[in-house]
Ligand binder design. Sequence first.
Ligand code: PEP
Length: 249
Amino acid sequence: MRKPIIAGNWKMHKTSSETREFIQELLNNFTGLDDVEVVVCPPFTSLEGASTLLKGSNIKLGAQNVHYEKSGAFTGEIAPDMLKDLGVDYCIIGHSERRQYFGETDETVNKKVKAVLEVGIIPIMCVGETLSERENGETESVCKRQVVEGLKGLTAEEIKKVVIAYEPVWAIGTGKSATKEDADETIGFIRKVIEEIAGKEVADAIRIQYGGSVKPENITSYMEMPQIDGALVGGASLQVKSFLEIAKF
Ligand code: PEP
């Protein structure tokens, strides 16, 4: 049985004090969600404050990016150990905004996935096609390449720990969500790719989320699909009310 995982990607939103207010309100209203894993991913500057407040709760903390080196002359970057030391449990890697605006490639995604696993942080590895790739019939080939390259060199045991977020780029922040059938079909395809590279046991165990304009109004329809194990939520994770409604699907 795969435990569903609902993660909020705050992107570049909320100061440290806004984060503390949000987390406090979230904790005040958070009850009885033992069957779902809930993760908040604030910006780096908010991680320490969030971590302090979340200690002892069953809400997990995630970062939105990381550098793959352990330390060194990489001005402005954050190493996996630095996140681990703050109590970070998850790290989003290879979000399409990072691929699009910050030159992230399958190769850097792969290095980052390995680097966080090494310190005991679970990667949420994002994959997904752009609109033109979809229109050219390349959805499966793009997702396959991103999954195979992103997980290259990992053992089956390591792959089992990874969370994959299938996020069609055209559905992120646009209000245009994929149909539940489309999302389920592509996630099923990704699971087959995992089976090819790591075997059936790993494919059955690995959690694969859908992401792209998930809202309280559409979460239930995704969660009733057999292949979809949760959601990576952007815009709707920025208000406690909508995030909780999604987490309670
Ligand atoms: C995201 O940032 O990963 C995302 C899916 O954003 P939104 O929910 O706003 O489309």
